[in-house]
Design a protein around this ligand. Structure first.
Ligand SMILES: [Zn+2]
Length: 169
């Protein structure tokens, strides 16, 4: 019997109380339990604990209920924010690619004249394409580093939870 098999058995034992196991898993567990006394003892203890817990009536106080509800609401808010941020990241990425392509193309077409007009050495035209290609991406990256912080420091999120707690008192 390997440790991995005992782990799998423990996992299946815990899951079988809350969900339906696949037929293959249930069959494997049954055969494992028939030949593994350690896991058989574990099942007995697990079921005894379950019965013990069910015999207790646990009543949540209204404060606990309200706090849990507000935490769930805050979590939902965070998930929504994360979704919004993902959309922002995707949009920023597309904008970055567009601007990178456009500015690199512009430099490629007009870089020669600009360099001549400014009296700069011709050798910087080629590295200039790279610079103009990367510049919008760097600008977008800087913006993305700054923006999530403002979302996170949004005073609405923690105050939502605090407000609820104060209502209880
Ligand atoms: Zn076992």
């Amino acid at each position: 019997m390997t440790l991995l098999e005992h782990d799998r058995a423990a996992d299946l034992i815990a899951r079988r109380g809350v969900e339906d196991l696949a037929a293959a898993d249930a069959a494997w567990l049954k055969s494992h339990l028939s030949e593994c006394p350690e896991c058989a003892i574990y099942v007995a203890a697990f079921e005894q604990t379950g019965q013990l817990l069910r015999s207790y009536t646990i009543t949540a106080t209204s404060a606990l209920v309200t706090r849990t509800q507000s935490l769930v609401r805050v979590r939902a808010e965070q998930l929504r924010e994360r979704q919004t941020r993902m959309v922002l990241v995707a949009v920023s990425f597309c904008i970055g690619v567009l601007f990178s392509t456009a500015s690199a193309w512009l430099w490629w077409k007009a870089g020669d004249s600009v360099v001549r007009w400014l009296g700069l050495p011709e050798s910087i035209v080629a590295p200039g394409v790279l610079l103009f290609w990367l510049l919008p991406a760097i600008a977008v990256a800087v913006l993305m580093v700054v923006v999530p912080q403002t979302v996170l420091t949004n005073p609405l999120t923690p105050s939502l939870a605090r407000e609820r707690e104060e209502e209880i008192r």
